[in-house]
Design a protein around this ligand. Sequence first.
Ligand SMILES: [Zn+2]
Length: 137
Amino acid sequence: MACKICAGEWPPKDHKIAELELTIAYLHDNQFFPGWTVLVLKRHATELFDLTREERSQLIEEVTEVSRTLAVVFDAVKINCELLGNQVPHLHWHVIPRLAGDPAPKEPVWRVLHEPKRLAQDTLQERLTLIQKQMKI
Ligand SMILES: [Zn+2]
């Protein structure tokens, strides 16, 4: 099966935040929830049990650092971390800051009907820089 992450089709390259040891962080192309980030594994694997213990351990460190960064930058009330893969099986985490004023704070984002919000290029660049400045790894 063709993999859109391995093929470089998603996430959009100009949304890249940072390259970590095992993963690359991208701002999600839909910013309806400000700061929504996707953390993709550099190599193709589809389940946590496909990774070595060391990789899993490093992966959770990277998810944690991205979470901490987004919590600081966006002053989040809660961080959601989701590993699904039903549509794109290649391992990728959604790390989503949930802010004060969230339209449905008790629901996962997938259950909140909304128009996807694309950022203008200058706003995108500003947001990427803000996050990059806070990343410690
Ligand atoms: Zn892949």
